[in-house]
Design a protein around this ligand. Structure first.
Ligand code: ATP
Length: 244
């Protein structure tokens, strides 16, 4: 059995007293997994992700990254993961290369490693010609690509992505998928939310469906979709979504 890179046990997160956004959620992501997290609008995906990466505290349960508690050892957990939000809001007054060096400094990536990785990733994503330009001049997709390069710069053990394919052109989506496979081949794990079920079905070896804050199904993609499409499975287990 491969090591657990992310373990969520009985996670409950409320906003105020009235809203339970995530309700007793448990799942595990292992090294080498590309794990898809799917659910209707408002199902609790982003809330779960924000609890994992330390943006939100939570009311009950435990989250462990590479064996460590995100509440008790937050810094150690952050060091071994990277997170790309659904709408990366990156520092517009920096140039692309300044941003990447800033991220590399934070994660203490050596000069030699960062140079190699920046060159390789920026070349693959076609960003070399604009690395010296201010981020404020980038399109949404270019910012997204820069955020991906920044996330890969310290070769994180756990990569968390919220709706990573939104805004990427077909070529960039393909490159990102290849990068995800390459990261997993190196022993990392990827946990990402998406509404694009065709992508999840093809890309992910494991899938979880969340509805109304609760996990409604989870498992090996091939076993879940044995004689059906993921869309059919999704509609069966999540229906039209629970909004209570
Ligand atoms: P989407 O696919 O639309 O991005 P999601 O699955 O990521 O949805 P969340 O953003 O986690 O869903 O929201 C889960 C529930 O929590 C929703 O009912 C939402 O209205 C509520 N919620 C999210 N953020 C807050 C907040 N800051 N304050 C109060 N309620 C919130």
């Amino acid at each position: 059995m491969k090591e657990k890179v992310l373990e969520i046990n009985n996670l409950t997160k409320r906003y105020g007293k009235a809203k339970t956004a995530v309700d007793g959620l448990s799942l595990s992501v292992h090294a080498g997994d590309i794990y898809g997290f799917i659910g209707h609008n408002g199902a609790g995906k982003t809330t779960t992700i924000k609890c994992i990466v330390g943006i939100h505290g939570f009311d009950r349960g435990e989250i462990r990254v590479d064996g460590r508690s995100v509440q008790k050892e937050a810094l150690a957990c952050k060091k071994c993961m990277a997170y790309i939000p659904d709408n990366p809001d990156i520092y517009e007054y920096l140039t692309g290369i300044q941003y990447l060096n800033f991220i590399a400094d934070i994660y203490q990536v050596s000069k030699q490693s960062r140079q190699e990785r920046i060159r390789r990733e920026a070349e693959d994503f076609g960003l070399i010609p604009v690395l010296g330009d201010l981020i404020s001049t980038y399109s949404h997709g270019m910012k997204q690509k820069l955020a991906v390069i920044g996330a890969l710069i310290h070769e994180p053990k756990l990569l968390i992505l919220d709706e990573p394919f939104v805004g990427l052109d077909p070529e960039a989506s393909l490159i990102l998928k290849n990068k995800m496979h390459a990261a997993c081949d190196r022993g990392s794990a990827i946990f990402f939310s998406t509404h694009v079920l065709e992508v999840a079905e093809k890309l992910c070896n494991r899938i979880a469906v969340i509805s109304g804050g609760r996990l409604v199904t989870e498992g090996d993609t091939r076993e879940l979709t044995r004689d059906k499409s993921l869309e059919e499975v999704f509609m069966e287990v999540a229906g039209h979504g629970r909004t209570d």
